[in-house]
Ligand binder design. Structure first.
Ligand code: KIV
Length: 285
């Protein structure tokens, strides 16, 4: 039986999707407002993308990779080159989810033109469907500039990790009335500028709900509320790769224990000369 592969717009010629035209699209995400919750997880590598892809509508190549993959102190040090390399790997490892790549700090804030140059590079080098940028009303002209030129943009309000030096830490936002009003106004400004979805991170629950109700595009919560239109977590946090995680993370597995136990078993067998055994060695024919 022969299989016909069709190329879809998010899949490279070298990697035809086995499920033609099945990749989730930006309009399909927009239509999920108020409907079935959107499942989004971060992915930075090909293998993780392959494993998560069937379960998600969106894979986010988050700049959290700075801390998770590179051990950097924050996402501020992440470069465009890193985002392009990991974005391309995640696109190669997926064929169902919409892939969104974070624009790193310093690659978009100076002007809409700077943002377009960075976002178009991300698109060309990765094949992703959209980019995410942090910031509220101040970023609305940039969101409009990109959206009007064919680059779908996901916004990110509330706790915006790239502004950690300005915010002074990663504590929950929206505790004062003024801050709460600003977060909602920021989300409304991004949506009016054309954002196809907005992440709301680390806010007190009533603000996450208020943002979700205030905008017509889907709102994806992280440290928000189950009443948002979808949820996102850093995959390594949710898989239990780290001992210390933010309060809003639920550990669905204990991967760090699995890895430690496997490494300990391997080390013991190497030291006992019981690995490699007959199954893992080549013998003369
Ligand atoms: O960088 C990231 O992973 C993110 C998510 C946590 C929303 O922005």
């Amino acid at each position: 039986m022969s299989t016909t592969f069709t190329i879809d717009t998010s899949t490279s010629r070298a990697n035809p999707t086995p499920a033609p035209m099945k990749r989730v699209t930006v309009p399909a995400i927009r239509r999920r407002k108020g409907g079935e919750p959107i499942v989004m997880l971060t992915a930075y590598t090909v293998r993780m993308a392959q494993l998560l892809d069937p379960h998600c509508e969106i894979l986010l190549v988050g700049d959290s990779l700075g801390q998770v993959i590179y051990g950097l102190p924050s996402s501020v040090q992440v470069s465009l080159e890193m985002m392009c390399a990991h974005g391309a790997a995640v696109v190669r490892g997926s064929y169902h989810s919409l892939v969104v790549v974070d624009m790193p700090f310093g690659s978009y804030e100076a002007s809409p033109e700077q943002a377009f140059a960075s976002a178009s590079r991300i698109h060309k080098e990765t094949g992703c469907a959209g980019v995410k940028l942090e910031g509220g009303a101040a970023m609305a002209p940039t969101v409009a500039f990109l959206s009007e030129r064919g680059i779908p943009v996901m916004g990110h309000v509330g706790l915006t990790p790239q502004a950690v030096n300005q915010l002074g830490g990663y504590g929950a936002r929206g505790r004062s009335e003024a801050e709460a009003e600003k977060i909602v106004a920021d989300a409304v400004a991004l949506e009016r500028a054309g954002a196809f979805a907005i992440v709301v991170e680390g806010v007190i629950e009533p603000i996450a709900v208020a943002v979700t109700e205030a905008v017509a595009c889907p709102v994806i919560g992280i440290g928000g509320s189950a009443r948002c239109d979808g949820q996102v977590l850093v995959a390594e946090d949710m898989l239990g790769m780290f001992e210390r995680v933010p309060r809003f993370v639920k550990r669905y597995a204990a991967i760090s224990e699995v890895i430690s136990e496997a490494a300990a078993a391997y080390a013991a067998e190497v030291r006992a000369r019981s690995f490699p055994g007959p199954e893992q060695t080549y013998q003369p024919k």
